[in-house]
Design a binder for this molecule. Structure first.
Ligand code: ACO
Length: 345
């Protein structure tokens, strides 16, 4: 059993921001053929948060980011780059990362968005670790979040009840240099040292049709397309459900094998909050203790790239995840894309 490995970075601080406006299940009962009971039993969602129409994602991201930077004991000037996992930027162009950079008062380094839907935070976190491992950055701000309320057709009961708005952020920092260093990698004991141990990113474009918003350069926005709801999320819920369970189970097994850790050694599984039943099935198939699978889907619904960092921040704040714990982040989204990052906090 190998206990030693090389790492380059660790999570130094976290932050989050969710809108104040709460939309409970009863809101949908007021105009759709649905019920609090159906939504709760099929998804685990009781309420979600929505932004007002004139609020863009960088407004929430700024709050989450400032919190994460401050909790990392850093000045904003120390941030070398921003990676923002989102599919709901303020505008088509420029990127949300560039707008956020200016809002934070940062005038140097790189800034870009990552389009990986609900897996946007996982992809961005893995990329930040790779940038640091390559030696091109020391402090990377990673943001994940979406205002999914704006992508959902509020007349479609199959989708609109599922989604909410929220953003989380973390600062990923390079490990301190020491004697046991090989380039930008540091030799560590996986049983104790905080750090990002491994990441696994996956994609299967053959499944693109099961979850999509079908307009863009290949299908231009026309009045007819808008009338048909082509600018909103379209989903084959059952197909996404099945794909998600299989993919999340497999990626968990793969990443543990990669670093030589047993699944039972992981303290917390901070996974994408799409459906309580998906999480329960993944837990059953991996033989996980239920207490290791935190959930907050009942409060926020599916905030896409926001679910994992928001949940992480809440669990840390509540003291349920503590420094030193081994945490597996995993998520899956439109593409299909999915992935996992294994971190000792
Ligand atoms: N209220 C009442 N009835 C509803 C509602 C609703 N809000 N939505 C669907 N129904 C109806 C359907 O129309 C269907 O009726 P029918 O039998 O007369 O045709 C019936 O409920 C059963 O529908 P199913 O699709 O079989 O319901 P299911 O148990 O699969 O649950 C759900 C649907 C919740 C969407 C589930 O499939 C799911 O969570 N899938 C995963 C998709 C997901 O999470 N997507 C989010 C984005 S992607 C991501 O984050 C991974």
């Amino acid at each position: 059993m190998q206990n030693k490995n090389y790492i380059s970075s660790y999570i130094a601080g976290t932050g989050k921001c969710v809108p104040e406006k709460i939309i409970s299940n009863s809101y949908f009962e007021s105009y759709l053929e649905t019920s609090d009971q159906w939504i709760t039993e099929r998804t685990g969602i009781k309420e979600r948060r929505w932004t007002d129409d004139n609020v863009g994602i960088t407004e929430l991201a700024q709050i989450a980011s400032e919190q994460a930077i401050q909790r990392s004991n850093l000045e904003v000037s120390a941030i070398d780059g921003i990676i923002f996992g989102t599919v709901t930027p303020d505008f088509h162009l420029p990127s949300a990362a560039c707008i956020l950079q200016t809002k934070l008062g940062i005038t140097r380094g790189f800034a870009f968005d990552v389009t990986a839907a609900c897996a946007g935070f996982i992809y961005s976190l893995a990329l930040a670790d790779m940038y640091i491992a390559r030696g091109v950055a020391k402090n990377v701000l990673v943001v994940g979040g979406d205002l999914v309320s704006y992508l959902a057709n509020q007349q479609d009961r199959n989708t609109c009840v599922l989604f909410g708005d929220g953003v989380g952020a973390v600062v990923v920092r390079a490990c301190e240099k020491d004697a046991e260093q090989a380039g930008n990698f540091k030799l560590v004991d996986l049983k104790s040292t905080p750090g990002i141990y491994a990441s696994e990113l996956c994609a299967d474009g053959r499944e693109a049709d099961i979850l999509k918003i079908p307009y863009g350069s290949a299908n231009r926005l026309t009045p007819e397309l808008v009338a048909a709801g082509g600018h909103f999320v379209q989903m084959d819920g059952k197909a996404v459900f099945k794909f998600a369970v299989k993919a999340l189970v497999e990626v968990t097994q793969t990443i543990c094998a990669q670093v030589g850790l047993k699944i039972s050694e992981i303290d917390h599984f901070v996974s994408h909050q799409a459906n309580q039943r998906i999480l329960q099935l993944v837990g059953e198939q991996l033989g996980l203790d239920k207490s290791k699978i935190p959930m907050n889907i009942e409060k926020y619904g599916n905030t896409s790239a926001g679910t994992v960092p928001v949940l992480l921040d809440e669990e840390l704040e509540a003291g349920r995840i503590k420094r030193g714990d081994l945490v597996l982040f995993s998520a899956i989204g439109s593409g299909m894309v999915w992935g996992a990052v294994l971190v000792r906090i």
